[in-house]
Design a protein around this ligand. Sequence first.
Ligand code: SER
Length: 880
Amino acid sequence: MFTGSELRKKFLDFFDQQGHLILPSASLIPQDDPTLLLTVAGMVPFKPYFQGKARPPHTRLATVQKCLRTPDLDSVGKTTRHHTFFEMLGNFSFGDYFKKEAIAWAWEYLTNVLGLPREDLWITVYREDKEAKQIWAKGMGVPGERIVPMGEDDNFWAAGPTGPCGPCSEILVDLGPARGCGAPDCGVDCDCDRFLEIWNLVFMEFNRDEAGNLTKLPRQNIDTGMGLERIASVIQGASSNFETDLLFPLIKKAAALSGLSYGENQKHDVALKVIADHSRAVAFLVADGVLPSNEGRGYILRRILRRAVRYGRLLGIEEPFLSKITASVIDLYEDPYRELREEEEYIQKVVALEEARFGETLEQGLQVLQDDLEELERKGERRLPGRVAFRLYDTFGFPLELTQEILAERGLTVDLAGFEEAMQEQRERARAARLEAAPTSRQGIWDTYRDFKTDFQGYGSLTAKAQIQALVCDEAEQQEAREGGQVQVLLDLTPFYPEGGGQVGDRGILKGPDGEVVIQDTKKVEENLIIHQGYVSRGLVRKGDVVLAQVNEKRRLATARNHTATHLLHQALRSVLGEHAQQTGSLVEPTRLRFDFSHFAPLSQDELRAVEDLVNQKIIENIAVRTCETGREEALAEGVIALFGEKYGDIVRVVGIGDFSKEFCGGTHVRRTSELGFFKILTESGIGTGIRRIEALTGEGLLAYWREQDALIGKAVAFLKATPEALPGRIEQLLREVREKEKELEQLRQKMMRFEVDALLNHVVDVDGIKVLAVKVQAPDMESLRSLGDLLKHRIGSGVIILGSPLNGKVGFVSFVTNDLVTREGLHAGNIIREVARIVNGGGGGKPEMAQAGGKNPTRLDEALRQGKEIIRHQLTGKC
Ligand code: SER
C-alpha cells in the first residue's frame, strides 16, 4: 500500500524514466488566460504550448498539478469521489509521442508499478477512434468486452469552451459488485460507485475557436490526467477518497472539534466530508493569492468557505473553527506545497476574518430564511422569490448557491430569473452612479483615425514642434477653430502624456502661428491615438498648422514624483505586509496619489509607519530611476511586477528603482528618488472586501499640506496663547475646566429651580377644598416644563398643577393631578389641559395623572390659566 506522497513520487519517477522533464505545480490562478478562472486540469498551464503559441521547455513534461473545479460543488461530500480541490498526476507530449506510448505507459504504470490486477481495469474509447481501440486490444491485450466505445459527451475532452481539445480514452477500475447499484445494465457508464474512472488520456489534436470550429493543432499532443485522490483510494483499499491518508486526517480533526465520530450518522459524515474537502480548497486558494469577494474566483472562494462554515454549524460547532482545519491542511500538505507554510499566517488570518464576517450574519440570515420558508409553506408555494434570495445574498452574504442548497434540502427552489433581475437592478444603480461621475466621451468622432499613430515623445522632452492633423470642435471635425471654441486636437507627434496607468493626462499649451490652444487634458482614444482636449485661448488654429506643443512642466514633474512614489509604496507594502499586497488600482495626480491594493485587514499604526519609513528611506538613498524596454517573458521571468489582469504587449517598458522595485509601467517618472522630497501617508481605509486604499503626498503637495497644518496650529496657538508644545496640555486643561463649570452650572440650576418651586407654591389656591396651582412660568422647552411640574407635584402632596409657558411664540402647557385625587375625585389631567389649551387655540391631552398641550395664542395665556380653576371646579361638581 502506498501513501499519497509515495504515489506522487512514483508517478513522477516513472515518467522521469521515460524522458519527461518534471515541473512543479503551477498556481491555481491561470496566468494570462482570460478564458479560465481557475486551473481545472494539469494541462491548463501548458495551453500555449499545445496551441503552438509558446515553446515548452521540453517536449515531454510530467507534473502533479493543484486543480480546482466547482461544477460538482453540490455533490461534494455526498459522493465518494467528488472534490473541489484535487491533485492531478499528468504526463504531456508536445508533438513528441502520441497514442501508442501514452497508452502503453499508462498501462505499465498501473499494472506493473502499482500492481493493479489487469482484469479489474476497463477502458473507454471515443467511438470514432479505431486506432486507440486497436492499441488497447492488440498492444495491451485488453479483452474486447472491456474496451467500451463512447460518444462525444464522454470521450471528447476540452479544458473550456475554447482552446485545445481532442478525443480521449479513459481507464476505469472495477471496484466489484458490492460497490455497485446491482442494476442489470450496470457498466462503465453507470453513475454508481462500482466503476471508478481513474485516468484520462487525451489525444490533443484540435483547437476550438470562439465560433466552435475545430481546427487541427500544429502538432499531435498528449495530455493525461489521473486524480491522485482516486488512485489513492484504490491503492489504499479505501471505500471513498475521503478515507485515504490525503483527507482522512482532516475528517478526524473536524470530528474532534464537533465531538462527533465519523461513520455513525450519514448526515454528519456528509458534513465532515464537506469540511475536509473545502478546507483544502480554501487553504490552497488563499495561498495562491485569491481573496474572498463577490466576483470571479474570489466568489468561488467565498462560496466554498461559507459552505464549509454552514456545514460546521450543522454539526453543532458554534465557534469559529475553519482556521483550525486549515491549520491541519497546512501540516498535511506543506510537503510538497511549501507555499502553504510560507503563507501560513496570511491564510489563517484571511480564513478567520471571512468566517467571522459570515458568522456575524449567518444566524440572522438563517432566521430570515426560516421565516420566509414558513411563509412559503403557508402559502403552499415551492419557489422562493428571487428578491428574497437576493436580500440574503446582498445583506447576509449568503451565496446564491448556499440558499439553493438549503432550499433543496426541503425540495424547494429559487426563482433564478427574479434573483438575476434584482442583481441587474443593483448593477444598474451602481452603473448610473458611475456614469454620473464620468465625463462624456466623444470617442466615436475619432473612429476614422483609429489606425493613426501619434508619436509620443514625452518621456524625453516636454516641448515639441508638431503639426495639427485634425481638429474637432462642436462635435464634428473642422478645418479651423476660433477663440473661445472647445477643441480636441490630434497632432502627428506629442510630448503630452495621455491619461493611463493611473496617471492623469498632461496639461499645457499649443502655440500656433495665429493663435493658441490651452490643453486641459490628454487622453488615448486608441492605443496610439492621442487626443488633446482644451479651448482656443487666442486667435485661431487650423488643421495643418505647425504648433509648439508645451507641457505644463511644473504639473508634469509633480505628477512624476507621485508616480515614482506609487512604485515605492507598492514595493514597501509588499515588503512590510507580504507579497499578497498587490496593486488593484491607482490614481496619480500632481497634488496627491491614491493607491489601492489587496490586503485583508486595516493596517496597524506600526505597519503604516514601517511602510512610510521604508519609502522615505528609499528617497533619502537617492536611487536612480531607470527605464528600459525588454521582452515581456524575459521581464516576467526576472520577477518584474506586472499588474494582475493587465494586458501587456511582447515588448514592455520596465521602470526600475535600483534593486528595490521593478514594474511594468508606461508612466512618467523622476530621475532620482530624492526628487520626491518626502513622502507621507494621509489616510488608509477599506474600499471593499480585501481591498485597502492609501492616500499619500510627496514634494510640493506635502509642503502645502504641512503649511496648512502649521497654519492650523498657529491659529490654535494664537487662540490659546500657548506654545505649540503646550497645546495638548492647554486643551486638556480647558476641557477639564469646561466640565467643572458645567457641573457648577447644573448645581446652580437645581438650586434656582428649588427657589422657583418655593415661590410658585405661594400661588396655590383652594378650589372646593382642593389645592390648585395654575401659574405662568418661563420655561426654555417642554422638557423643563415637565420637570418643573413633576417637582411641584411632589412638593404639593395632594393637588392639581397647571403650568403654562410662552414657547417660541406659542404656548406650552403641562398638567399634573396627584394620584389620590385621580382616585378619590375622578380628576383627569388630560381632560383639564384639553379645555385649558382650547382657550389659546390649541389642543392636547394625556393620562389622568399627567398631560401636556400646546397653543397658538400666547396673549390669552393668563386668561387660560385663570379659567383653569373654573374648569377644575366644573369637573369636581360635574362628577357626581
Ligand atoms: N485534461 C484531461 C482531464 O482533465 C486529462 O488530464 O481529464
